[in-house]
Design a protein around this ligand. Structure first.
Ligand code: NAD
Length: 360
């Protein structure tokens, strides 16, 4: 397939939190055009398509897939729906941008990867951390040798709990915070090491703040041994007050680098203002309002890359295969937390979802 000499037409599935980010990001990509949106939330869909001036809307996403004009479909729906929607998109000949986690189990991951291959469509996996400007700089420093031999890396993502109720349902999410945010930290650490092989994983998990809402864990620490001698640590939490926090650290024998993913303004207000940053509850007194939040997180840059891959038939830097490798790490983490010991990779599991290995 050669370069497509036209704008790439996109269909969105979902009209919630992440779909808003998808559309705003796509609107910044000159080669992309958001043509249609589908969501089972009829009222939400109406508001969403009006707000973003999206010409076509569908309650049933399969109707949207009948639109010949659509080249790519972007999935922003609960995790348990990623499998079937991906299979339907591939069968309809659409490329797919799939939100993290790829899906809820390893067998489904294979099915998604194989179906997309057979259909000749790209399965692009969302991991915006690999496009976040500060983290790109961190990787440059890591690779340049200026920090000496790297022996320890760390990534943490924390806030005090998700915005939609389905996240508390382990049947839909597949787990708790490790499934939801661990796939970011695992994906990031893997990307930082240029996808170094993982030798083993050790994890400890607990539920501290949200026992009344979920059977899933809301806090976890995971230690990942990469081949080549680098140790990675992932810290994730749905039990951390004060807003979203995302940071990384790299330790080498000749230097270190610390990156708080976002930059903000140190601000004091006795009146307050509309928005501080993701999941930050108050703006009174001292606060840290963020600017260009989606750009600092890497979303527009990631969508620009995915659209370029479709338009010019390139291989995305993060694919369904990466999504599966990250999911394998997630499965190993739950197994380790259950057994209280390291789990070696490669790790196979036929469990329906990762958390089954922890709470069974
Ligand atoms: N990359 C990130 O940083 C990031 C951040 C948040 C969420 N996510 C991922 O995005 C996905 C969606 O999360 P969210 O926060 O937007 O959730 P959300 O609850 O805000 O939105 C979910 C949307 O899916 C729609 N939906 C549900 N079932 C549907 C169906 N059968 N057909 C069409 N639409 C349907 C709902 O109507 C809703 O609009 C999840 O996989 C989540 O893990 C990723």
């Amino acid at each position: 397939m050669k370069t497509l000499n036209k704008k790439i037409k996109v269909g969105i599935v979902g009209s919630g939190f992440i779909s808003g980010i998808h559309v705003r990001s796509l609107k910044s990509v000159s080669d992309a055009e958001v043509m249609a949106c589908s969501s089972i939330d009829e009222e939400g869909l109406k508001k969403f398509t009006k707000k973003y001036e999206i010409p076509y809307s569908f309650i049933d996403y399969r109707k949207m897939l009948e639109m010949d004009e659509i080249d790519v479909v972007c999935l922003g729906v609960p995790n348990n729906l990623h499998l079937q929607m991906t299979l339907d998109c591939a069968t309809a000949g659409k490329h797919i941008i799939c939100e993290k986690p790829l899906c809820n189990n390893l067998r489904d991951a294979d099915s998604m990867i194989n179906t997309c291959k057979e259909a000749g469509v790209k399965l692009m996996y969302v991991e915006q951390c690999c496009f976040a400007p500060k983290y790109i700089k961190l990787k440059e420093l890591y690779q340049s040798g200026s920090l000496g031999k790297i022996y320890f890396i760390k990534h943490s993502q924390k806030h005090d709990g998700p915005h939609s109720t389905w996240f508390w349902d382990v049947e839909k999410v597949g787990g708790g915070v490790v499934m939801d945010m661990g796939c970011h930290t695992f994906g990031f650490l893997r990307w930082l090491t240029d996808n170094a092989e993982v030798e083993d994983i050790y994890s400890e998990m607990g539920t501290y703040m949200h026992k009344d809402k979920t059977r899933g864990e809301d806090t976890a620490i995971t230690i990942i041994k990469f081949k080549g001698g680098v140790t990675g640590v992932s810290e994730v939490s749905w039990a951390k007050k004060g807003g979203y926090d995302d940071r990384a650290e790299v330790y080498g024998l000749k230097g270190i680098s610390f990156a708080d993913m976002s930059s903000s303004l140190r601000t004091y207000s006795e009146i307050g203002f509309e928005y501080v940053s993701e999941k930050a509850p108050i703006s009174l007194g001292w606060s840290y309002p963020i600017f260009e939040e989606e750009w600092q997180s890497g979303f527009p840059q990631m969508f620009s890359h995915f659209i370029d891959c479709v338009k010019n038939n390139k291989i995305p830097i993060i694919t369904g295969e990466d999504g599966k490798a990250i999911l394998e790490m997630v499965f190993a983490a739950y197994k380790s937390a259950k057994e209280g010991k390291k789990v070696k990779l490669p790790f196979k599991s036929y469990a329906a979802k990762p958390i089954d290995l922890w709470i069974s």
